[in-house]
Design a protein around this ligand. Structure first.
Ligand code: UDX
Length: 450
């Protein structure tokens, strides 16, 4: 089989490469000539574990190629996947200009039947717009070539995208014809070995499934953050509460970790877009509006703890920050809670020295020289007044605390992800703050240190 994937961003690149990995002939297309040149040489625009080797391997095997030439690349394809960006417009709705421009280009150039698949996260109704755009272009050419549209949302987690694609929990495909279903079945057959389902449905339901999935996951996180904040007030420990509720299979133990708010390219954007779509159609998403509000608030929780600890006197203090990306195993800093925390510290006249295992370059683009950058996690701590654990990278989980203590000026740790044990940190001589942890533990720590 032969496919084209248009858009070599995160989703497009993972999709194209994984299809090539199972033997499908894939051309990845982008309008950015520099990006395509780099990809031909195996240089990737993003960091994703395992992707670089997979791109290089499949390029060598000539199953994967890169091109800026959409008209030539879609010839003879069984399917064309649209995976270009849908940036949020000023009003929060997804901007479809790139998706529809690709649809038009396909309509202008296709010469055989194909399934045109929307892979980008797009509002309900977009596949119909894609269909209309292609029909218009075909009519303008005086051509009557048959085609189908399909919606095939992605559920890839950054940092685990390859595994998510190769061994999916499920694959959701929205189709409107048997022919399109057959093509999609053939394409996805190699990924169904672990017994998880390929779920066919109508197109609007597939489009809605993506938003509903991300909105549900964001809701779990905001709910737990709300519970964590209440735990602190009531003297409960959210780590215990999490274990207590997570063992109920109806609730499940995943995605109930409190922290400093969700970030990334998907949850904030999709929650906003769903609220917006509902509003435009006369419906109010009350739960999701609160999910968003709780999340905004949660990004300030760690800063508020710091501010309270220092009685609002942060000017001249130096804070070491471990982790900048919105989550581990990615260099993505979009909507990262680290940005909000750092901004607030800088506004108060504090100094920030940060280290992230892979997001340093990305951070330099975003934060410039407003902060200092550490050489590694330990060097970042030299003369710091406190350590802020912001992203739970595995290498931060078990540092040599004797060294940590020696390097820091003040032995204070603000743990935004609850990766350290409060009691152990206390025994090691740190003042420790977590999220949603009993107040008396924190008082106890102070007492012991004094
Ligand atoms: C998400 C979805 O998981 C994926 O299916 C979808 O296709 C794209 O959006 P991703 O953005 O890569 O993937 O990140 P994810 O691992 O889901 O984490 C999102 C955010 O939630 C991160 O900021 C993370 O730190 C936070 N989170 C996650 C929590 O605060 N607590 C949790 O228990 C889980």
């Amino acid at each position: 089989m032969r496919i084209a994937v248009i858009g070599t961003g995160y989703v497009g690149l993972v999709t194209g490469t994984c299809f090539a990995e199972v033997g499908i002939d894939v051309t990845c297309i982008d309008i950015d000539a520099k990006k395509i040149e780099n990809l031909k040489q195996g240089i990737l625009p993003i960091y994703e574990p395992g992707l670089e080797e997979m791109v290089q391997r499949n390029t060598l095997k000539e199953r994967l190629s890169f091109s800026t030439d959409l008209p030539a690349s879609i010839q003879g394809c069984d399917a064309a996947f649209i995976a270009v960006g849908t940036p949020p417009g000023e009003d929060g709705s997804a901007d479809l200009k790139y998706v529809l421009a690709v649809a038009r280009a396909i309509g202008q150039n296709m010469t055989n039947y194909m399934v045109v698949v929307t892979k980008s996260t797009v509002p309900v109704g977009t596949a119909n717009k894609v269909r209309a755009a292609i029909e218009e272009e075909l009519a303008a050419r005086g051509e009557n070539i048959a085609f189908d549209v399909a919606s095939n949302p992605e559920f890839l987690k950054e940092g685990a995208a390859i595994n998510d694609f190769l061994k999916p929990d499920r694959i959701v495909v929205g189709v409107a014809s048997e022919k399109a279903e057959e093509v999609m079945k053939k394409l996805y057959k190699p990924f169904l070995m672990n017994g998880h389902p390929l779920i066919f449905m109508d197109i609007p339901s597939a489009e809605m499934t993506k938003y509903a999935a991300n909105a549900m996951l964001a809701t779990k996180i905001s709910f737990m953050n709300d519970i964590a904040n209440l735990c602190e007030i009531m003297g409960a420990d959210v780590n215990m509460v999490r274990k207590g509720i997570g063992s109920d299979a109806r609730i499940g133990n995943k995605f109930i970790y409190p922290g400093i708010g969700y970030g990334g390219s998907c949850f904030p954007k999709d929650v906003k877009a769903l609220i917006r779509t509902a509003g435009e159609n006369g419906y109010e998403m009350r739960v999701l509006k609160s999910v968003e509000e709780v999340n905004e608030n949660q990004k300030s929780v760690l800063f508020n703890k710091i501010n309270t600890h220092y009685n609002g006197e942060l000017a001249g203090k130096t804070f070491a920050v471990w982790g900048l990306s919105f989550k581990p195993k990615t260099d993505d800093m979009r909507e990262a809670p680290s940005l909000v925390i750092i901004q607030k510290l800088l506004e108060q006249g504090a100094k920030v020295k940060a280290y992230d295992p892979v997001a340093m370059e990305e951070a330099r683009h975003t934060l410039g020289d407003s902060i200092e950058y550490g050489k590694d996690e330990y060097e970042t701590l030299i003369d710091a007044d406190a350590l802020l654990l912001v992203t739970e990278w595995p290498e931060f989980r078990s540092p040599n605390f004797t060294v940590v203590k020696k390097l820091m000026k003040e032995k204070v740790v603000f743990d935004g992800r609850n990766i350290y044990d409060a009691t152990e940190m206390c025994e090691k001589g740190f003042t420790y703050y977590g999220i949603g942890i009993k107040r008396f533990v924190q008082h106890q720590l102070d007492t012991i240190i004094i």
